[in-house]
Write a protein that binds this ligand. Structure first.
Ligand code: HEC
Ligand code: HEC
Length: 476
């Protein structure tokens, strides 16, 4: 299969791979290519987006620190070139408060796992924790003939680090993917997930990062091929609206926020053409220090068959030190019980998917994802049962559906008495199996789907069944 080199494809590859069953040929996607083939690549460098639309319920926090903003952000000031929209830097200076220092440290060492990438790690200790004395001082990942990936030194060292950068240079890099020097950053920096970080959490992260001890460490900058860079440039969107934290008193909303920031879906949702399901695992995360298949973390018996206490134990200890360092539990272990419980609760809202996986047992063919992995032989592709519908109904559903967030289309069509979906010409077809007049199982797609009708009975949307799901608008 040839590489779809269009910019849109690149963008989709990066942003949608975990959402939609698109076949991304080897070589089209740097991350996956690296994860699969590049032995020198640290796999926690991730990545694509697990983009959750955060339902925001603003709850007021006691007294908010006052930040000095000299120049407000204005959308009209965005660069004229609409293929690379960058907002100008502001002079914002986040007020340094003790609360922000604490919260920033908590986020950076925990769910955001900044130092897992931006520091050297101790490969002899379980989980390979970042080395404390090297926190933030950067890490060189790999280099080949076309690319070099380095997580830069972000300590306040004036010569080799970020001593001379401004607060907004950090803020814009973290959430919007634009470096201090105005260039589009490689997707290995997970700004696509961090874009949902609330303004207050962002301020805390910046305040904390700028308070850590400077470390002198000179590293060569990341280098990416021009084609990839322009694909990234087109995918970037400046943030010009306030981003509020979700209602933390609601564990599901809290869990969803954290799961999105931690990029769990990037590793734990299959990149295979036939998707075993959202969070159903099965990606080989390959690294010079060892390989492991990401686990099925849905609530299915083949997934996380332990309760919340078991989950907290796994996350805190790396399953008693047995989990691969390719799972960044050394960062997640720093989360509070309440945050971990919220994550568990949120994962429990995801439709369970059957997909047995082990990295320890001998590798056997898996009929679901198509790879060879431990317990592969236990997995069967079964066509679920459905109800009988008048196939003429399918004519109403047939058409083209657009997801605006990713500017990506999906086609629904009838073949005989069956309904199918397809992401692009020649892509694998997914049969939609009716469970009700509007609700369909879609094995091989990451979630079941439903059609939404307006009052007149016209089909207007295709939605994935989960609040982590995507919405597609019927356009034809
Ligand atoms: C998965 C690995 C990874 C994680 C996690 C990560 N980064 Fe990065 N980061 C990178 C890489 C790689 C780059 C270099 C991108 C480039 O230069 O194109 C980068 C770039 C940056 C930059 C831009 C530097 C510049 O030149 O302007 C900043 C700032 C930054 N990261 C801060 C953070 C912070 C803060 C966190 C945690 C909230 C974080 N990063 C988490 C990998 C990571
Ligand atoms: C960089 C990739 C990556 C990210 C990000 C990631 N994981 Fe993992 N995870 C893995 C891999 C690989 C394994 C399997 C490790 C092994 O078998 O030793 C794993 C294993 C697990 C397990 C253990 C399952 C078991 O019982 O064996 C749990 C639970 C888990 N991950 C939850 C999460 C959650 C929750 C998040 C987000 C907060 C997350 N992971 C983020 C790669 C990742």
């Amino acid at each position: 299969m040839t590489c779809h080199s269009s910019l849109r494809k690149t963008q989709i590859a990066w942003t949608l791979i975990n959402f939609i069953n698109k076949q991304i040929p080897d070589g089209c996607n740097l991350k996956i290519k690296n994860m699969r083939n590049d032995k020198h690549f640290l796999t926690t460098i991730v990545l694509t987006a697990f983009i959750l639309t955060v339902v925001v319920i603003f709850f007021s926090i006691n007294k908010k620190p006052v930040d000095k903003v000299v120049e407000p952000i204005s959308v009209t000031k965005l660069a004229a070139n609409d293929t690379f929209r960058v907002r100008p830097l502001t002079n914002v200076k986040y007020e340094r408060t003790a609360q922000r220092l604490n919260q920033g440290e908590y986020l950076v060492l925990g769910v955001l796992e900044c130092f897992v990438c931006h520091s050297d790690r101790d490969w002899d200790a379980p989980g390979a924790p970042p080395i404390v004395k090297k926190y933030g001082s950067g890490h060189f990942f790999f280099e080949d003939s076309t690319s070099r990936i380095t997580a830069p030194n972000i300590t306040p060292d004036n010569e080799t680090g970020a001593g001379k950068w401004t607060d907004d240079m950090f803020a814009r890099a973290i959430r919007e993917g634009v470096g201090h020097d105005g260039r589009a950053l490689s997707y290995h920096m997970p700004y696509a997930d961090f874009k949902n970080l609330s303004d207050e959490d962002l301020a805390s992260v910046v305040v904390y990062i700028r308070s850590i001890p400077p470390v002198h460490n000179n590293l060569l900058q990341t280098k990416i091929p021009a084609g990839e860079r322009s694909g990234i440039e087109r995918s970037l969107t400046p943030i010009t609206q306030p981003i509020l934290a979700p209602d933390f008193s609601d564990p599901k909303k809290r869990g969803r926020y954290l799961v999105g920031l931690a990029s769990c879906a990037v590793c734990h949702t299959s990149w295979a053409e036939y998707n075993p399901g959202l969070f159903a695992g099965g990606n080989l995360i390959d690294h010079e220090h060892g390989k492991a298949f990401s686990a099925n973390i849905t609530s299915d018996p083949s997934g996380m068959a332990y309760g919340v206490e078991g989950f907290i134990f796994v996350m805190r200890t790396g399953k008693g030190g047995t989990l691969s360092h390719n799972m960044p539990w050394v960062a997640y272990k720093n989360m509070t019980d309440d945050d971990l419980k919220a994550i568990y609760k949120y994962l429990g809202t995801i439709p369970p998917s059957q997909h047995y996986i082990s990295s320890q047992l001998p590798f056997t063919h898996c009929a679901i994802c198509g790879l060879e992995h431990g317990l592969g032989e236990k997995n069967k592709r079964a066509r679920p049962g459905g109800i009988k519908l008048d196939p003429d109904l399918y004519n109403l559903y047939a058409g083209t559906y657009l997801n605006e967030e990713f500017n990506s289309t999906y086609t629904i069509f009838r073949e005989g008495n069956k309904l199918f979906g397809q992401a692009w010409e020649n892509a694998p077809k997914t049969e939609l199996i009716p469970q009700s007049e509007v609700h369909f199982l879609a094995p091989g797609w990451r979630l079941p789907v439903s059609f939404v009708k307006d009052k007149m009975g016209n089909v207007i949307q295709l939605v994935e069944d989960s609040d982590a799901g995507l919405v597609w608008k019927k356009i034809k």
